[in-house]
Write a protein that binds this ligand. Sequence first.
Ligand code: ADE
Ligand code: ZN
Length: 329
Amino acid sequence: MSYKSLPKVELHLHLEGGAPPAFIRGLAAEKHIDISGIFDERGGYAYRDFDHFLKVYEAACTTLTGPEEFRRLTLAVLEQSAENGVVYSETFLSPDFCGGGDVAAWRDYLAAIEDAAAEAERTMGITLRGIITCIRHFGPEQAKTAALCAAETKGDFIVGFGMAGAELMGRPGDFRYSFDMAREAGLRITCHAGEWGGPDMVADTIRDLNPERIGHGINAAKDLALVDLIAEREIVLEVCPGSNVFLNAVPSWKAHPIKLLRDRGVKVTVSTDDPPFFNTTMTAEYDMLSRTFGWEEEELGMLTQTALDAAFCDAETKARIAKLLEPAP
Ligand code: ADE
Ligand code: ZN
């Protein structure tokens, strides 16, 4: 059976990473940008490993040259999400790819993204909120410009701050200034950790950046005392199993630690990360969890409820989304 029509909540999706390859190819043709090398012969994205993935991702972003491109991108991504039953999505937005971290430029890009979000809410019934992310491999100084963009535009739509990029570059404490700035501005905090780094990276992230949620976090499973700490502190994991399997962060679905983490009391949620890059959708994630671990509507519904509880939006929005998750009478 397929869980396509089950209403879903997604907390971990990179906006540019959701770009359908045909959409990026179309923009490249319009703008005469030659990025043919990032596609395979079937038209999908082509890369060798995680580091190469980041390069291909950044090459795709060179076609997103202004606010209008981000307006179109937002609609294209939300269309895919809505088709897979997603009713609420928290999406990572990177000022580094939207005017290079300049606050005035970022405001223009954000206005276009919000405009598309309002249109998608009207026409597709999906609600979007944004989490601003700094890019780890661009370094701590550049991260401060992303944090400033976040602090300056915090509101009903921009609800969080986080960090993506090459996890093995630097240590979490190098980015403390940016996370403190965002937190002091009232933003909620999440951070990628434990996708490539070991339990020590997850532990340092918790100690130095104090996130409410962790992106991935799967390598915490290698240290059960750390798993217990995560459970006890009720830190929510944004787990992206399809991404982890596709990028070889774990060897297979069967070997994925999401069940161990859940069974040990950790609050786990499920997301797609960068769906067209990993040949996945929220439907495919739910279907594979069901096939691999025997989780059915009850367990999958609990993942969705955990995600809504951990969402960074206001209470009114949460109550509205909660109604959409109720089973039809
Ligand atoms: N940026 C986009 N996808 C990412 C991932 N899976 N890990 C870290 N940074 C990312
Ligand atoms: Zn991610």
